[in-house]
Design a protein around this ligand. Sequence first.
Ligand code: TXA
Ligand code: MG
Length: 350
Amino acid sequence: MNTKIKMIDETNLDEGIIEEAGKIIREGGLVAFPTETVYGLGANALDSRAVKKIFKAKGRPQDNPLIVHIWNIKQIETLTHDIPDIAYRFMKKFWPGPMTVILPKSSIIPDATSASLPSVGIRMPSNIIARKLIEKSGVPIAAPSANISGRPSPTDVERCIEDLNGKVDFILGGEMCQVGVESTVVDCTVTPSCVLRPGGITLEMLRKIDREVYIDPAVMKKPDKNIRPKAPGMKYRHYAPNAPVKIVNGDLKKTIAKINEMVQNYIDENKVVGVIATDETKDFYKKGLVVSLGSRSNMLSVSKNLFETLRSFDDKKVDIILSEAFEEKGIGVAVMNRLNKSAGFDIMKV
Ligand code: TXA
Ligand code: MG
């Protein structure tokens, strides 16, 4: 397939290009586009033939439902029913933005989109290109992250092209995604509401609206047959670069000492080692390919750079990636969730 790639300036939107991409969606094609979280791979959410193409392009398991993206709150009424008051309060506070709400789905949503579940995830992104694309397409857009299944999600257009060139009709390129991890998925079909995937909207933020909301405990643990995450997508090995990832967790001084020791051991075995560090610690590592995610006092920069850093280590063909851990607070919960999954929960306590 010949993929058309066009860059858009977010501060000076070329509406003609977005119109062209919207037409492709309306007519059953696939368009990758930026959002504030990660790049998405979109199709008409109401057209099961179009939606099936997403699964094929990504190599995505069929039992993993897609999130439906809207630009106008009114669309929610045709896509869902029995919306609880708490869902409206979340939407009012956090939309447009990095939050997905799970609600009972209406019959116009095909099984291909919801993976035959009785519910559907709805999200209103804040990225201007995403919003315009949904508006111009005239239909709600089903969009998972725009990566080949299992890989870290793309946070810039180059990564999107790397994974999807030749597999989709159109790639719309914007700026690097600001949040860098996917949206927070909140299940509003249960009481109290439950976070199925931590993301850009933190538990602390949600609790200001609903004191009872909690995170599905299975999400932060190594999956086993007794504790299964409620979001189908959270059970797969995910966000994984080619090289194995190991996390060292504990006091920062001890973490640095342990990572330095491990780096030396790997170098002695002739291995190329990547180290995921922070501005506060990077100068303490003398060997290995050291990349800082940003300052520990600015966790949004850490989340923004996480997936890109994992993927950049693939380019450098490292044999092993060692990472510091982060406090599970604010967006740090989402960062640790993605990091734990990319490491297959290979965590060393120091
Ligand atoms: O930030 C985001 O949410 C990005 C951008 C493109 O909007 N999209 C995204 O989609 O991350 P995806 O498909 O990669 O992840 C969707 C997650 C999966 O873990 C899926 O299992 C869960 O949401 N999910 C979707 N619908 C669900 C439902 N009805 N019930 C439970 N979990 C659901
Ligand atoms: Mg994904």
